[in-house]
Design a protein around this ligand. Structure first.
Ligand code: NAD
Length: 332
């Protein structure tokens, strides 16, 4: 098949090329949107990443060009109008289960770094400043972690928290038997907000979870929690969390994803003036830590993403069913 690969980064090209069976992969650095969709002319499939725009208008252009397969290099599909794709007879295939450890371990990296100020200490020591002011952390052992979403990633995060001696409580409309088997209780979301010292998000972005952490949720938090989001930016109402940080109701924020990250992440903007004032405000706060959507970024995970993507393209070409397909049931 001819496959136009949008939002190509060097690692995509390396790992997809290594995994490729026989497809004609056409790598583009450009993101997919209304203006770049026509570049998929003569392609059987397009392959996209998390910040590509795959709305109904873009899908209409791709369908008119004859594209029949949309291969997502991601687990989440919130950026895709799946209904529009199905209506236009385009199969949407994703990577449902690549290394959950990659994201889970990055979640812990964010928490440990923010709590102990490792990033600030590193910069200070390089400047010859060995003072400890502002670096006072707290033991994770004995604290309560609230895990929202206990699927593949949330499960690994929960077991790691347990390893640190934390009490873990969880919220998920579909309880996971492994979690209950560990003796981790499922609690109503407001109870989780009230009891947690750490709140970490591992649920998908859906209309129900949009701004799950908003002013009302923050009002219910009683223990100045550190909030961690490695899932999807729009789970968090950023302005509400900035207010929570300013009023000291929220103790810290560590994010790998951001509501408006599409205009920022994966680019070198070091010589430009960032126009997003909310994002810039976040960066001024000492108790905020931001990484640029890198939680997935381990060799193991990138290899799995490439392998599953190529297997998806093989299945699409052969016209055979696969469990990686995003069907109407996912969006009903
Ligand atoms: P998963 O499907 O295995 O688990 C998601 C869990 O969320 C499920 O158990 C589901 O029941 C639960 N859930 C759904 N609605 C909920 C709600 N309203 N409240 C609480 N829980 C709810 O997915 P996963 O592989 O664990 O991935 C979780 C998320 O992580 C993905 O949706 C994706 O957005 C994000 N992710 C981020 C990165 C990154 O690089 N930062 C990489 C991979 C995945």
């Amino acid at each position: 098949m001819i496959v136009t690969v949008y939002s190509t980064h060097p690692w995509d090209q390396d790992y997809l090329t290594a995994a490729n069976s026989h497809h004609d992969l056409r790598f583009l650095e450009a993101k997919l949107d209304l203006t770049t969709a026509p570049l998929a002319e003569r392609s059987d499939a397009v392959c996209v990443f998390v910040n590509d725009t795959v709305d109904a208008e873009v899908i209409a252009i791709l369908a008119d060009l004859g594209v029949r397969t949309l291969a997502l290099r991601s687990t989440g599909f919130n950026h895709v109008d799946v209904r529009a794709a199905i209506e236009r007879d385009i199969r949407v295939l994703r990577v449902p289960a690549y290394s959950p450890n990659a994201v889970a371990e990055h979640t812990l990296a964010l928490l440990l770094t923010l709590n102990r100020g490792t990033h600030r200490a590193h910069n200070r020591v390089r400047e010859g400043n060995f003072r400890l002011d502002g670096l006072l952390g707290w033991d994770l052992a004995g604290k309560t972690a609230g895990v929202i979403g206990t699927g593949r990633i949330g499960q690994v995060v929960s077991t790691i928290f347990r390893g640190f001696g934390m009490e873990v409580i969880a919220h998920d409309p579909f309880p996971n038997a492994v979690i209950t088997g560990l003796g981790i209780p499922y609690v109503p979301i407001r109870e989780l907000f009230a009891r947690s010292d750490v709140i970490t998000l591992h649920c998908p972005l859906t209309p129900e979870t949009y701004h799950l952490i908003d002013a009302d949720a923050i009002e219910a938090m009683e223990r100045r929690p550190t909030i961690i989001n490695t899932s999807r930016g729009a789970l968090v109402d950023t302005i509400a969390v900035i207010d929570g940080l300013k009023s000291d109701r929220v103790g810290g924020l560590a994010i790998d994803v951001y509501e408006e990250e599409g205009d920022l992440f994966f680019e070198d903007l070091s010589n430009t003036v960032i126009q997003d004032d909310v994002f810039s405000r976040l960066l001024t706060l000492p108790n905020v830590l931001v990484t640029g959507h890198q939680a997935f970024f381990t060799k193991e995970a990138v290899r799995q993403i490439a392998d599953v993507t190529i297997a998806n393209l093989d299945a699409a070409e052969a016209g055979v069913g696969t469990t990686t397909q995003v069907t109407a049931a996912f969006v009903s």
